[in-house]
Write a protein that binds this ligand. Structure first.
Ligand code: NAP
Ligand code: F7E
Length: 428
C-alpha cells in the first residue's frame, strides 16, 4: 500500500475492499496484522501502534448502511479496510486466507454489558461464537498466524479473590461476561488442541476520549462538558459504589502487542492495580471543572443493572515481569484527559476549554497547553509528526505519534478533532 497516495474513497466516505497487502518489489514483506473491531476504541489505538511499528494493517469492518470510521478517519489512507462479519464464517476465512497475516487481533464484540441483558443471544453470537469462527478461519486458512483474544475482567464478575490474577476462578455476572468466558476458553482450547499461538489478554476497564458515550467514564466526563456548557442540569447514573480498575486504552494496546511477541503463548491480566468507585470518578471529573458533583449527580434506577460486578482490581504482576508492561497514565490524569477532550469529541459545539478562571474567561486546558506536550499555541503547532509533517495534537502528555488524534490547529489553542466519538456527536 502506498501510504503517501491520497485515497479517493476517503472523500466519498466509502472505502473499497482491499484484502491483500501488496508486496513492494525488492523489499522484504512487511509484517501484517488483521484487526477485527478496528472502528472501536481499542482498534483505533492498536492500528496506530502497529502502523508506527511498520505493520501492514488490515481492518475488518462489518457492513452497515453508513460508515463508522469516526475513530479511524485519520488512518484510512494507511490501513486496508476489508468487509467481514463475526457472524459470517466465509467472510472471516476469506480475509485470513487473502491477508496471510502474521498476527490477528480479535477485538470485535458486542461490548456494552447492559445490552447483553436485552440482547443475550446476539451477544453470544458476536462475543462468544464469533471467537470460534475467527479461530476456525485462522486454523483452516493460515494457522501460522498468532492470535489475540480480547478477554475481559468481567469474567471474574463476582470475584472470588481480590485482586484478580490469571488463576482467579471466573464467576461472570452478565450474559456479556458469560460470552467472554466462552471466548476465553475456546482460545485456550484451540491453543491446546491445534497448537495455535493463541492468547487471551484479560483486560480490566480501559478508557480514553474515544470511549463510547454509554460507558460510565465517558458518560460522566461528557456529562461534565454538557453541564459546563449549560446543555444539561443533572447527570443520571446507576450504582455509584461499583469499584473498577480504570486505565488508559493507549497503554493497554501495547500490552496486546507484547503478548504476541513472546516466544510461547500465555494469557495475561492487564490492569493498573488501583481501584476507584464511580463516586470517586464523579468527584475527580466535576472538580476538574470546578464543580461539586453532589449538586448534579442523581441516581436513577434505570441505570442499575440486574446483577452488577461490585469490585475489580488487577494483579498484573505476571505482565509486569514477562511482558515488561506497566501502565503510564494514572486514574486522575485519565479522567482529566477525558474531561479536557477538545472540540467535537466532547460534544458537538464545544469551542472553548472547559475550565474557567475564577474571574471568568477560559482557562487553557492546563496540561495540553504546556509547551512540549504536543498542544499548540495560538496557531503554532509545537510539534509535527516526523513522517506526515502534520501537527501532533492530542491530550496532555500523551500526545504524540503513538496516540495522536487526527485534527487541525484552529489558532485559538483548541483543536478540531476529525475522527472521534460517533456517540458524542449523537449527543447521547
Ligand atoms: P468497542 O469500542 O465497543 O468496539 C467494538 C468493535 O467491534 C467495533 O469496531 C464494532 O464495529 C465491532 N463489531 C461489533 N460487532 C461486530 C460484528 N458482528 N462483526 C464485526 N465487527 C463487529 O469496544 P472496545 O472498548 O474497543 O473493546 C475492544 C474489545 O475488548 C471488545 O471485544 C471488548 O469486549 C473487549 N474489552 C474491552 C475492555 C474495555 O474496557 N474497553 C475491557 C476488556 C475487554 P462497529 O463500529 O461496526 O460497531
Ligand atoms: O460500567 C457502573 C456500572 O459500563 C462500569 C466494558 O468495556 O469494561 C466495560 O464494562 C461500572 C458498572 O463498564 C452507570 O454499574 C454506574 O459497575 O463503564 P461501564 P463495565 O460494565 O465495567 C469491561 C472490562 C468490559 O469488558 C466491557 O466490554 O459503572 N455505573 N452508573 C454505570 N455504568 C454505565 N455504563 N452507566 C451508568 O449510568
Amino acid at each position: 500500500m502506498n501510504a503517501a497516495k491520497p485515497n479517493p474513497a476517503r472523500k466519498r466516505g466509502v472505502k473499497p475492499p482491499k484484502a491483500k497487502p501488496v508486496k513492494q518489489q525488492g523489499q522484504p514483506r512487511r509484517r501484517t496484522a488483521i484487526i477485527t473491531g478496528i472502528t472501536g476504541q481499542d482498534g483505533s489505538y492498536l492500528a496506530e501502534l502497529l502502523l508506527d511499528k511498520g505493520y501492514e494493517v488490515v481492518g475488518v469492518v462489518r457492513r452497515t448502511s453508513h460508515d463508522s470510521y469516526e475513530r479511524i478517519g485519520h488512518l484510512l489512507d494507511r490501513v486496508h479496510i476489508v468487509p467481514a462479519d463475526l457472524l459470517d464464517q466465509h467472510s472471516l476465512t476469506s480475509v485470513v486466507r487473502d491477508a496471510k497475516p502474521d498476527e490477528v487481533y480479535n477485538l470485535a464484540a458486542q461490548s456494552f454489558v447492559p445490552t447483553s441483558w436485552s440482547q443475550p443471544v446476539l451477544t453470544g453470537e458476536f462475543t462468544a461464537l464469533g471467537v470460534t469462527r475467527l479461530l476456525e478461519a485462522v486454523r483452516l486458512a493460515h494457522p501460522e498466524a498468532r492470535f489475540y483474544q480480547a478477554s475481559s475482567s468481567e469474567m471474574f464478575g463476582n470475584a472470588q479473590e481480590t485482586p484478580q490474577r490469571e488463576t482467579t476462578p471466573f464467576y461472570p455476572r452478565s450474559p456479556y461476561g458469560v460470552a467472554k468466558v466462552y471466548g476465553h476458553w475456546i482460545t485456550v482450547n484451540y491453543r491446546e488442541s491445534y497448537g495455535l499461538f493463541a492468547v487471551s489478554g484479560i483486560l480490566f476497564n480501559h478508557e480514553s476520549p474515544r470511549r463510547g458515550l454509554e460507558f460510565v467514564t465517558r458518560k460522566v466526563t461528557h456529562g461534565v462538558a454538557r453541564i459546563v456548557r449549560g446543555k444539561d442540569r443533572e447527570l443520571l447514573l446507576g450504582n455509584l459504589d461499583a469499584r473498577r480498575d480504570w486505565g488508559f486504552a493507549g497503554d493497554y494496546v501495547e500490552a496486546m502487542w507484547r503478548m504476541l511477541q513472546r516466544p510461547t503463548p500465555a494469557d495475561y491480566v492487564i490492569g493498573t492495580g488501583e481501584m476507584h468507585t464511580v463516586r470517586e470518578l464523579c468527584e475527580v471529573a466535576f472538580s476538574h471543572a470546578r464543580l461539586d458533583w453532589r449538586t448534579y449527580v442523581k441516581v436513577d434506577p434505570r441505570f442499575v443493572r440486574p446483577a452488577d460486578v461490585e469490585r475489580l482490581q488487577a494483579d498484573a504482576s505476571k505482565a509486569r515481569l514477562e511482558l515488561e508492561w506497566a501502565p503510564r497514565v494514572t486514574f486522575v490524569d485519565l479522567v482529566r484527559m477525558m474531561v479536557d477532550v477538545p472540540g467535537r469529541a466532547a460534544g458537538r459545539r464545544q469551542r472553548r476549554p472547559l475550565r474557567r478562571r475564577a474571574g471568568g474567561g477560559a482557562l487553557g486546558l492546563a496540561r495540553a497547553h504546556r509547551p512540549g506536550v504536543g498542544a499548540c499555541l495560538r496557531g503554532r503547532p509545537l510539534r509535527r509528526h516526523r513522517a506526515s509533517g502534520r501537527p501532533i495534537v492530542g491530550v496532555g502528555r500523551h500526545a504524540g505519534p503513538g496516540v495522536r488524534m487526527g485534527g487541525e490547529c484552529r489558532g485559538d489553542g483548541a483543536h478540531r478533532a476529525r475522527a472521534r466519538g460517533s456517540e458524542a456527536d449523537r449527543g447521547r
